[in-house]
Design a protein around this ligand. Structure first.
Ligand SMILES: *Cc1c(COP(=O)(O)O)cnc(C)c1O
Length: 397
């Protein structure tokens, strides 16, 4: 059976070339990057080369890039690290209500430990209003954290503008850039961010490695204490093969960013146009301010989880939204925050494209989805006779 992978926001396949670059560091070049001998130097040189490659995408100094175990650690570090370093100055944090759980649950943890958090609302497209950020600022605000692009609905936030407000008020500004890095430009100076999280497996690198950009001069505590790696900021023997993979994926991603985006936008827009022909369907997220690879729909009267399973039977890998919350029955917090009712939010489908997707794969998906939606509606527990007849599919093949 043919298989089409359309879940690139959950994870991407490891690029073959990236894998080849990583390989020697699992075996022949196994040295500990902290060792003084040639084995160690071989590893530490590779780590520094990777740091430069990441810095090239962020347009920052290599010394401002700190490797982590992934996006979750980078997010935790940015929020807790700034909180722990600046609590004497203030204990108030501003974030949005549609952040990834790596930010939201970290903020909730801090709330249980003496900090106060403002969770900003978003509009129906998922956009944070810069004016709302400004209004939420207090004398004791020490950190603002707003994601660059949302992982469920793909909305791109006005980070540059919010960053300007943060800077004018001398408040640290972090952005979760896990979904935007290597998909759209992420120049940390244009974005006006002090910290920025990335994760390799979201852009064709390996799982379990990421980085946090920390602008020099930022007051932040380490989360991990020990041998003093990463200039004492993140202890633990460097994951050399992973870091090499992160660097290689960054270099490749930067080179391909424009072409990949152009191709994905054209496939995505065809997908959106055709899927929206289904009765009782709509697009979530912003029509224009959205990631090149994201299409996120809702279909009335069905369960998104069931649709995912039906599509999987046809070889199509999709998602309802966040991979992290898809095992719970609660509808997505993002969809509720953009104003959907519970029953509407349940019928969601996220299709996220990658650079390897082809036109014929999208053709196949466009043929399958209407049939599967119709099949589900026929057995829908939500249906009433009247609703069912009004949603009878227009596709007759
Ligand atoms: C995937 C993701 C994370 C978590 O990154 P991991 O490397 O999987 O820990 C954080 N934030 C966003 C927006 C993500 O999409």
């Amino acid at each position: 059976m043919r298989r089409v992978y359309l879940d690139h926001s959950a994870t991407t396949p490891l690029d073959r070339g990236v894998f080849e670059e990583m390989k020697p560091y699992f075996s022949k070049k196994f040295g500990n990057a902290s060792s003084l001998h040639s084995f160690g130097r071989e590893a530490s040189e590779a780590v520094e080369e990777a740091r430069e490659k990441v810095a090239n995408v962020l347009k920052c100094k290599p010394s401002e890039v700190f490797f982590t175990s992934g996006g979750t650690e980078a997010d935790n570090w940015a929020v807790k690290g700034t909180a722990f370093a600046n609590w004497k100055k203030g204990r108030h944090i501003i974030t949005s209500s549609i952040e990834h759980h790596a930010i939201l649950y970290t903020c909730e943890y801090l709330e249980k430990n003496g900090f106060e958090v403002t969770y900003l609302p978003v509009d129906r497209y998922g956009l944070v209003k810069p004016a709302d950020v400004e209004d939420a600022i207090r004398k004791d605000t020490i950190l603002i954290s707003i994601m660059h692009a949302n992982n469920e609905i793909g909305t791109i936030e006005p980070i540059g503008e919010i960053g300007k407000i943060a800077r004018e008020n001398e408040i640290y500004f972090h952005s979760d850039g896990v979904q935007s890095f290597c998909k759209i430009p992420t120049d940390v100076n244009k974005l006006n961010v002090d910290m920025f999280s990335i994760s390799a497996h979201k852009f064709y690198g390996p799982k379990g490695v990421g980085a946090l950009f920390i602008r020099s001069g930022t007051k932040i505590e380490p989360l991990l204490h020990g041998g003093g790696h990463e200039k004492g900021m993140r202890s633990g023997t460097e994951n050399t093969p992973g870091i090499v993979g992160l660097g290689a994926a960054s270099e490749l991603g930067l080179k391909r960013m424009e072409k990949d985006a152009e191709k994905m936008i054209s496939l995505r827009d065809r997908l959106i146009k055709d899927v929206l022909k289904i009765n009782g369907s709509w697009l979530n997220g912003h029509p224009v301010k959205r990631l090149p690879n994201n299409a996120h729909f809702c279909f009335s009267l069905i369960e998104g989880e069931s649709l995912i399973l039906y599509l999987d039977e046809k070889g199509i890998a999709a998602s309802t939204g966040s991979a992290c919350s898809s095992k719970s029955l609660e509808p997505s917090h993002v969809l509720l925050r953009i104003g959907l009712r519970h029953e509407e939010a349940h019928g969601s489908l996220r299709l996220t494209l990658g650079r390897e997707n082809r036109k014929d794969e999208i053709d196949y998906v466009i043929k399958v989805i209407p049939k599967e939606v119709e099949r589900l509606r026929a057995i829908s527990p939500f249906k009433t006779k009247k609703q069912l007849s009004s949603f009878k599919s227009t596709e007759e093949d």
